[in-house]
Ligand binder design. Structure first.
Ligand code: UT7
Length: 318
């Protein structure tokens, strides 16, 4: 039994925040941001838009593209670092917004930028086990709420958005393999240093040691490429598309180089989306599919690295 992708969707908030406008807010420049990150713009959610609202629009599109009845969705998984509420989960809120009242399961996954890869690996396991048949998997973030808009080294990086995917049990090959990893020794390098049970502070903001996270990301993604290829018995040349987490164009270029891939085989959205954490891979995948670049039967490698540290990959046949 395989997990096949039936359809995808994505949603970006209307407001775009370009580098020029950012350079009026903090001491930075379009030239610095583009050359160090590849980002020239990002989308910012409206004050009354929460993560579940972004997730709703992306999910509706994925459901329409899949041509399924929402009532057939027997599990909703939302990967997010910016949930609507402490509880209940954003997945429960989304389930209600979508009008899915069939008593299927719903829960959130927290693995920061690796969240979507984690969520796909969990969904794939549920389908393999026969426990669920049709799963809505979403990555959705309103990172703008946890960014310190006075910290020039971080605020230039992040954006808001949501991507969604419908997975269904099938005899045909879909997800080929998933790998997830974590190393909790690095919590302090990338975190929001406050929460519910420790240091409660509703105004706490994201903190990141950018350069060391950058180095760890490049090295770790190198290793995950080797691990994924070895486990699947595939060669680098078997992979048609790389759909990476979109943190920094230089990290993406390093992984493409490792795979011997030209940048024409990489779906890149970081320029216009910035880093949307768990939403970046499903939005990029949706873009690749809807532009007709990723075709039925293509082999796709997704990979991500983020806070925790967490990292992982998903290899699939479209
Ligand atoms: O998604 C989860 C994983 N996250 C990531 O993978 C992000 C990883 N990190 C990065 O993408 C990069 O490290 C950054 C883009 C955050 C920073 O790029 P960098 O090449 O590592 O720059 P840096 O932090 O070493 O800073 C270089 C210089 C510093 O000035 P000095 O000390 O050399 O005088 C910074 O103060 O650039 C300065 N700087 C800025 N200048 C203009 C830092 N931020 C800015 C800015 N505008 N926005």
């Amino acid at each position: 039994m395989f997990s096949r992708i039936l359809g995808t969707g994505a949603y970006l908030p209307q407001r775009e925040l370009g580098n020029k406008e950012l350079s009026l807010m903090v001491d930075t420049s379009d030239e610095w941001i583009v050359s160090r990150t590849g980002i020239y713009s990002r989308h910012i959610a409206a004050a009354d838009e929460a993560t579940s609202d972004l997730a709703f629009h992306a999910s509706r599109q994925a459901i329409d593209n899949s041509r399924i009845d929402p009532a057939s969705i027997d599990l909703v998984i939302v990967a997010t670092t910016t949930p609507d509420l402490v509880f209940p989960s954003t997945a429960c809120i989304l389930q209600d917004k979508l009008g899915i009242h069939n008593h299927g399961g719903a829960f959130d996954i927290q693995a920061v930028c690796s969240g979507f890869v984690y969520a796909l690996s969990v969904a794939d396991s549920f389908i393999h086990s026969g426990m669920h048949r049709t799963i809505l998997v979403v990555g959705a973030e309103v990172m703008s709420r946890i960014v310190d808009w006075t910290d020039r080294s971080n605020c230039i990086l992040f954006g808001d958005g949501a991507g969604a995917m419908i997975l269904q049990a099938s005899d045909e090959e879909g997800i080929i393999g998933c790998h997830i990893h974590a190393d909790g020794r690095y919590v302090a390098q990338l975190c929001v240093p406050a929460g519910v049970s420790r240091n409660p502070d509703i105004n706490a903001k994201l903190s990141m040691e950018g350069s060391s996270v950058f180095r760890m990301a490049v090295n770790t993604l190198d290793e995950i490429v080797d691990e994924t290829l070895a486990a699947s018995g595939m060669q680098k040349s078997d992979i048609n598309w790389l759909v990476p987490h979109q943190a920094n164009i230089r990290i993406i270029q390093a992984t493409a180089k490792k795979l011997g891939m030209s940048m024409d085989q990489v779906i890149v959205t970081v320029g216009s989306h910035g880093n949307t954490s768990a939403a970046s891979i499903p939005m990029a995948f949706h873009e690749g599919v809807s532009q007709g670049r990723i075709k039925q039967g293509d082999i796709v490698l997704m990979e991500a690295f983020g806070g925790g540290f967490t990292w992982g990959s998903v290899l699939l046949r479209r």
